[in-house]
Design a protein around this ligand. Structure first.
Ligand code: G16
Ligand code: MG
Length: 213
């Protein structure tokens, strides 16, 4: 039985990728190039600045550090506008039921997200108070695939990494979880996500008893 669980946010608890995509696409339009849903896959789990660098590479553009700051701020302003109207109806299927099951088994759970907007999103969907710890883009220095975000989560829950289960939808996140020495469940297509210990399509397939095996 796991001693603790750590959840990624985007793609596991909520689908904010669509809001990130709209905001990046608008920025690309303004910069004069097209940005596709396929391109957007490369930004999942990646920090804001690294995402901007990938976007500029796709557009074949070079920007100064101060221009990059302005572009990232412009994108984030629109993204924050979009997530500010989110509510609990956007929680992905199976999540609330699984969180309830963890509570019944006295298994604490933390958030381990690359997003600096994670607290705002959790407040919008009404889950902020339910997490025993929140580790996000504001408190980490090394982005996934570095294990820092998950190791910090284990530390804040006072459990050893080997007793933690991580839920991740991004390749960089699966690598981060494995580098932290944790059991990793990939959320999504096992043909696309490599290296996880188990795979589910959505949280609806997850139960505590499945983790006990
Ligand atoms: C999320 C998304 C990424 C996004 C990153 C930073 O991470 O998957 O696409 O670039 O956060 O977000 P922000 O600009 O809000 O700081 P996660 O780790 O929750 O999947
Ligand atoms: Mg994610």
């Amino acid at each position: 039985k796991p001693h603790a669980v750590i959840f990624d946010l985007d793609g596991v608890i909520v689908d904010t990728a669509k809001h990130h995509f709209q905001a990046w696409k608008q920025l690309a339009d303004e910069l004069g190039f097209n940005f596709t849903e396929e391109d957007n896959e490369r930004l999942k789990g990646v920090s804001r600045m690294d995402s901007l660098n990938i976007l500029l590479e796709i557009g074949g553009l070079n920007k100064s550090e101060s221009e990059k700051q302005e572009l990232a701020a412009r994108k984030n302003k629109r993204y924050v506008e979009a997530i500010s109207v989110m509510d609990e109806s956007e929680i992905l299927p199976g999540v609330l039921r699984f969180l309830q099951e963890l509570k019944e088994h006295n298994i604490p759970y933390a958030l381990g997200s690359a997003s600096k907007n994670a607290p705002l999103i959790l407040k919008q969907i009404g889950l902020y108070e339910k997490f025993n710890a929140i580790v996000d883009g504001n408190s980490i220095s090394k982005a996934k695939p570095d294990p820092e975000v998950f190791l910090r989560g284990a530390e804040e829950l006072s459990v050893t990494p080997g007793n933690c289960v991580v839920f991740e939808d991004a390749q960089s996140g699966i690598e981060a979880g494995k580098a932290a020495g944790m059991y990793v469940v990939g959320v999504g297509d096992s043909a696309v996500l490599a290296g996880a210990d188990d795979y589910i399509r959505t949280m609806e397939e997850m139960t505590v008893s499945r983790l006990e095996k």
